[in-house]
Design a protein around this ligand. Structure first.
Ligand code: DGJ
Length: 689
């Protein structure tokens, strides 16, 4: 809901539990008024007439209060907008008008020929903000154009939560007090990065289920930056957007425009859990395509076979996968060109004739005949120098004249800002998807930008931004042309997870680390922002070959992976009959609980910190609890799990044991899990009676 004051200078957006208000002063300063619990327009108007504090000349009363601080004038905070023309730098804007379209509010400002429009839209309790810049004046350089600046209310002792990581260890939650100055996170790598998810949360005293939490998440899959500033008067603002430093984002020629990605903000007073559930609901309703459709159980061949693949051996794996109940069989890297290792073939998107003499169609049809969908791996944005593509078009990669072309994993990055590169990729991918009944594409990205140059193009070069736009364009075009195909975002595991890519993909590869214990921490962090519906998790072999050689039971591995979109990635040709039979039982169970996991509300009952951890999902009358015991020390009793979202006045039947539990007892005294020893795990289903 959007309400506007009679004088047209105070705007109030309201969601189910929260409100957001801004006000334009008589001097055309756009001030932030409110972000928090629901208020009435009269409350916003009362806030609007509160005088600004008076400061000595070394501070600005605007700092920490402006909705979108531009560069220049009486401001000392980091600007959200920084532009430069031949003649001058900064912005001195005047308010032009406001517009509404449906539930979207647009506030339009002008500085000579540059129009800056701030966009606001409420989606549930999530405020979506973005900015468009339309240049009808002289050419200008956009040094910085953040999507939004978020202003927090006056409070003491803010804490900052972030999700940090690296390859094999993504999305790990860190929480620490905020102090004066700035905390800056981001990616300078051309993709979202393993190092930080583009999200922060701020609270003062929240617990998992109580207290105020403010969060912001950026929808951009290239380089980005979020700066959280505690200003000299202790006020906190968060500004964020595309682009990684102040060296320039784009040039805007006369007549050109730029739209920033969305920076979404959420206030919740339901603690960290309530905030996460609101983010999950938002993504399922407004971001992830077809989120009401449950994702199938997949098999992925990577850990089983790596590059050593053939049609016959993939067929054998497919038979095994079908026999345990897998619904989607995905052939990973190695099916195309001369790609028999990571040294060659990337870029040549035709099936390897030695491995797939009649193309992918026979295997795809075979997989379909086994009752499964068929998927393939691609990494379209890259090329090995040892490839037909690179030999034909060495100028198609990002590079700088006279400088080295840095290789990571023996590959270079294609310059997707080029129309000819985009067209090549579109033709190749469209051709592959038309050549065989393919239902699923795992889209990988296995190195960061380094020598991101485009000889002949003026600086600042638009290839950083245009690479992401081209990626989005390709995904959009492929989805439109092949509406039955689902896409997975992968970047050496979880290197490209953000709201931007999630609006075009059906699920993400969470991490190359498939160790089921490490995964609990990764999944705990992931769940702060993203729903289980998007979180792919595989059961692989034990001991874990990829990361740490830790041995774990099939039970522990399945219960860990079943908390997301279940997949299997082990070498099924080496699993014993008993293991295959057990796997089949877990897959059957997963299919039964899948609607609750993928569409239900998630409650983190205990975080993974060494002993017992647990997650609960609730949907309608059904509740599913996943519990893991990392280690039991000194034979101490394992704590009971106090469940959430239950009706205390009714009873629940445990589908595992047939026991009847009172809701009030489960909520206040807890559910006993029966877990013992080390690396034990269980799934408990409860149904309201
Ligand atoms: C990195 C991915 O994360 C893996 O799952 C696998 O697809 C490899 N790339 C293949 O090269």
């Amino acid at each position: 809901m959007l309400e506007i004051s009679d004088n047209g200078r105070t705007w109030l957006l309201t969601g189910p539990t929260s409100s957001y208000a801004v006000h334009l002063t008589d001097a055309d300063e756009l001030l932030h008024l409110h972000w928090g619990p629901r208020i009435a327009l009269a409350d916003a108007e009362a806030l609007a007439v509160r005088p600004l504090p008076e400061y000595w000349p070394f501070e600005s009363p605007l700092d920490g209060r402006e909705e979108y601080p531009v560069e220049g004038g009486p401001r000392f905070v980091r600007p959200a907008l920084s532009v430069r023309t031949e003649e001058r730098r900064g912005t001195e804007w005047g308010f032009e008008r406001y517009e509404t379209e449906g539930d979207e509010l647009r506030l339009r400002f002008c500085d000579d020929g540059l129009t800056v429009t701030l966009h606001y839209r409420m989606r549930g309790d999530v405020v979506e903000r973005w900015v468009t810049l339309d240049n009808q004046g002289p050419a200008l350089e956009l040094l910085r154009a953040d999507s939004a600046t978020w202003t927090l209310p006056d409070r003491e002792e803010w804490r900052l939560s972030q999700l940090h990581g690296r390859w094999g260890a993504e999305s790990r939650l860190a929480r620490a007090p905020l102090t004066y100055g700035e905390k800056v996170i981001g990616s300078r790598r051309g993709h979202t990065g393993h190092q930080h998810l583009p999200w922060v949360a701020l609270d003062t005293d929240a617990t998992e289920e109580r207290g105020e939490v403010y969060g912001c998440a950026l929808g951009w899959s290239g380089s980005w930056r979020i700066a959280v500033a505690q200003l000299p008067d202790a006020r906190v603002q968060i500004t964020g957007g595309a682009g990684h430093d102040d060296s320039g984002l784009l040039r805007l020629a006369p007549g050109e425009s730029f739209t920033t990605p969305v920076f979404a903000g959420l206030w919740s007073d339901g603690g960290f859990g309530g905030a996460s559930r609101a983010w999950h609901a938002y993504q399922r309703a407004y971001v992830i395509p077809d989120a009401d459709q449950d994702r199938p159980v997949l098999f992925n061949s990577w850990e089983a076979t790596e590059f050593d693949i053939s049609e016959e051996q993939q067929s054998l794996l497919a038979r095994r996968a079908a026999a345990i109940g897998v619904e989607l069989f995905v052939v990973d890297d190695g099916w195309f060109g001369t790609r028999t290792s990571d040294r060659a073939g990337l870029g040549d998107w035709t099936p390897n004739p030695d491995r797939f003499p009649s193309g992918l169609k026979p295997l795809a049809e075979y997989v379909h005949a086994l009752g499964m969908q068929f998927g393939i791996w691609v990494e379209p944005e890259m090329v090995n120098p040892d490839s037909e593509l690179y030999r034909a078009h060495p100028e198609w990669v990002q590079h700088q004249t006279g400088r080295k072309r840095t290789e990571f994993r023996n590959q270079l990055v294609l310059n997707l800002a080029r129309d000819d590169v985009q067209e090549y990729l579109w033709e190749r991918l469209d051709q592959i998807l038309s050549s065989a009944p393919i239902d699923y594409v795992k889209w990988d990205f296995n190195r960061c930008f380094t020598d991101a140059g485009w000889p002949g193009e003026p600086y600042p070069q638009r290839l950083w931004v245009d690479h992401v736009r081209a990626l989005y364009g390709l995904l959009d075009r492929l989805r439109a042309a092949h509406p039955g195909v689902a896409f997975e975002s992968c970047s050496g595991g979880g290197g490209r997870i953000d709201l931007g890519v999630l609006s075009r993909t059906d699920q993400v590869w969470t991490s190359d680390n498939t160790d089921p214990l490490d995964r609990l921490a990764v999944q705990h962090g992931f769940s702060q922002l993203h729903p289980a519906r998007a979180m792919a998790a595989w059961v692989t072999d034990s001991p874990n070959a990829m990361l740490n050689h830790r041995a774990s039971s099939l039970r522990f591995r399945f219960v860990s992976a079943m908390a997301g979109v279940l997949g299997v990635g082990g070498d099924l040709t080496r699993w014993t009959e008993e293991e295959l039979a057990e796997a089949r039982e877990w897959v059957t169970l997963y299919k039964e609980i899948r609607p609750v996991v993928q569409r239900g509300d998630q409650y983190r009952l205990r975080e993974p910190r060494g002993g017992l951890s647990a997650v609960q999902y609730a949907l309608g009358d059904e509740t599913v609890v996943f519990a893991w015991l990392q280690a039991q020390s000194f034979g101490e009793p394992v704590p009971a799990l106090r469940l959430r979202a239950l009706d205390p006045t009714v009873s629940y039947e445990c589908l595992e044991t047939g026991e009847i539990h009172r809701g009030a007892v489960l909520a206040h005294h807890g559910l006993r899990t029966g877990l013992r020893g080390d690396l034990d795990a269980t799934v408990i289903r409860l149904r309201r009676i």
